[in-house]
Design a protein around this ligand. Sequence first.
Ligand code: SF4
Length: 242
Amino acid sequence: MTTAIDYDPSIIGGIHSIYTGGMVDGPGIRTVLFLAGCSLRCLYCHNPDTWFRMRGNKKAVAEILDEVQKYSSYYKFSGGGITVSGGEPTDQPTFLKELLKACRANNIHSVLDTSGFSSPDIAEDILPYVDLLLLDFKAYDPDLYKKITSSTIERPLQTLRMARNLNVLTWIRYVLVPNLTDDLAQIREMSAFLKKYNNIEKVSVLPFHKHGEHKWDDTYTLKDTEPPSTELLLEVIDIFNN
Ligand code: SF4
């Protein structure tokens, strides 16, 4: 059954890659669409190959929808759907909005995986078509956020507030990096802050890993950083659970 929502199937987006059978970027079995382009430069980014829009393949909303719909039966039995990730998906707002509308019109569950670094007007325009927001909350302390991303924290905070105002179900993701994002006092403050948001259903702690290291050039600064210990990981999970 389709829902009566108008969308433009001809809008073109820059696509880095498509991954079918995803199990970690939202509920159920998902098709994960990585859009090309991101204006942040996170120190621990494991997808630096997605940073540049010009390197993406051009595809229309209709083409993506056709690809995604091939797996409808998997979504149905697993509670899955599409996850739009990147790069930063909101850097292509027109394409993203039309794609999300197309998914809504065709009853495909949509997840937006974002840093929250879009302008407020873009977030306000897009969030009503998102079924689940995966918000990468990189740090609570503004100085640490700046150190990680080279940008300021205001926009992600605005996105979080807007998601609450629009009642968009939200999962927070926090990347735990030893000697960078492992200050337990800061994590406690962040946990207390996030509790005020009743649209947040869960917080996932993602341990830093080295899988994307080979995609970097010599500007990578975390070469000597190892994944967090199990003890540290459990301690941080415990803070959020409490
Ligand atoms: S927002 Fe995501 S894609 Fe962009 S630099 Fe940060 S981790 Fe990488």
